[in-house]
Design a protein around this ligand. Structure first.
Ligand SMILES: Cc1cc2nc3c(=O)[nH]c(=O)nc-3n(C[C@H](O)[C@H](O)[C@H](O)COP(=O)(O)O)c2cc1C
Length: 214
């Protein structure tokens, strides 16, 4: 049975990112995989890479040596057949928790040798999901497409072939009326959540299923 690790890198465990990560997980389960889901902000305290270089020492080669809340997640990913990871767009980038995991996940595999360049011997499919206020069509204009491309390339090189799903114009809160926000039309946001978001859930489900089928 294939084992998939699914990660929600949003602090909100029942909102947009988490929902899409969990839909992708359901897709993987529908194809017979076993899925372990982590909500990063629910874990014990963790940091990004602390540059201890333990992952470059004999005994730890290719495995992050630092023991904190991310240790179990990294161990599960090293042993997995696929990785689903979702993050909200925070200030044009991924969330801080995503960055922490990304640093530790990728850096452990970098050998600092000409050959081989990667300690990771098991290339696994990756699904990277990003949700945002900004519409998908605005990504190029805001430079968000380049940010995602950088993550996609690095993950593809170091972890395995990476697909990207973007879900823009998400519903940010249940009740817009209590905030003095003039930028968004709550009715438009609600309508999009009801009409477009279910389609994104389907896309996530299908991509999760496809990950197991490959
Ligand atoms: C700290 C913070 C920064 C954000 N920055 C951006 C941004 O730069 N661009 C954008 O399109 N959306 C931005 N957003 C909106 C979120 O990306 C969007 O609401 C996302 O879907 C939230 O995911 P969640 O519902 O899973 O928490 C920001 C939200 C927060 C809380």
């Amino acid at each position: 049975m294939k084992k998939i690790v699914a990660i929600n890198a949003s602090p909100r465990v029942e909102w947009n990112t988490s929902t899409l990560v969990r839909e992708a997980s359901k897709g993987a389960e529908a194809e017979g995989a076993q899925v372990k889901v982590f909500d990063l902000y629910e874990l014990e305290k963790f940091t990004g890479c602390i540059a201890c270089f333990g992952c470059k020492l004999p005994g730890h080669l290719g495995a992050c040596a630092y023991k904190d809340g991310l240790a179990e997640v990294l161990e599960e990913i090293r042993d997995a057949d696929g990785l689903i990871i979702g993050t909200p767009n925070y200030l044009g980038d991924a969330s801080a928790a995503f960055r922490a995991l990304y640093e530790r996940l990728v850096f452990q595999y970098i050998t600092y040798k000409k050959e081989p360049a990667n300690y990771n011997k098991r290339s696994i499919p990756v699904l990277l999901i990003m949700t945002s206020n900004c519409a998908e069509a605005q990504y190029p204009q805001r430079g968000y497409d380049k940010v995602l491309e950088t993550y996609q390339n690095m993950l593809s090189n170091m972890v395995g072939p990476t697909k990207v799903l973007i879900c823009g114009e998400t519903l940010q809160v249940d009740d817009y009326s209590i905030y003095n926000w003039t930028k968004y039309d709550p009715e438009v946001k609600k309508a999009r959540h009801e009409e477009v978001f279910p389609g994104k859930m389907k896309d996530a489900f299908e991509l999760g299923a496809e990950m197991v089928r490959v």
